[in-house]
Design a protein around this ligand. Structure first.
Ligand code: ZN
Length: 151
């Protein structure tokens, strides 16, 4: 797991390539409700144990609420009891980008959507959860939209 420092203007991925979906802040504000805007575009965190997907077991794909990109699958979701939906892996290695986050006086690894650059949450590893990766993608419910599989 490696994290990089992003471009200052937030329009490119850590590797320097541009995000596919680029909108200005006025457009994001119009598109997203205030709670989603605060998390996705201002790197906020929803209160723990409040999000709509914390305990969801429905089979399907979790998409980015900002740009609709496929991010996580229900197969990779696990019960972390941490207060937010938790996944042990993104849907594909290039679904998300990881960025070093020095806010709040500690080094954490921020998870952003690889298509639009919106903030999703953080990833932690080595916590001892019995999952294949021992990683916990701790993601805000409000950053996601679940698309259930067709029956
Ligand atoms: Zn996105």
């Amino acid at each position: 797991m490696t994290a990089s420092t992003p471009a200052k203007d937030g329009t490119t991925r850590p590797d320097g390539t541009p995000y596919v979906v680029v909108r200005d802040e006025a457009q994001w504000r119009q598109l997203l409700d205030p709670a989603a805007y605060r998390v996705l575009r201002q790197a906020g965190t929803e209160p723990p144990f409040t999000g709509e997907y914390e305990h969801t077991k429905t089979t399907g794909v979790y998409r980015c609420r900002a740009c609709n990109a496929e991010l996580f699958r229900s197969d990779h979701k696990f019960d972390s009891h941490c207060g937010w939906p938790s996944f042990f892996s993104p849907m594909a290695g290039d679904s998300v980008v990881l960025i070093a986050d020095h806010s709040m006086g500690m080094l954490r690894t921020e998870v952003r959507c690889a298509s639009c650059g919106s903030h999703l949450g953080h990833v932690f590893e080595g916590e001892g959860y019995p999952t294949p990766t021992d990683q916990r993608y701790c993601i805000n419910s409000v950053a996601l939209v679940l698309e259930p599989d067709q029956p």
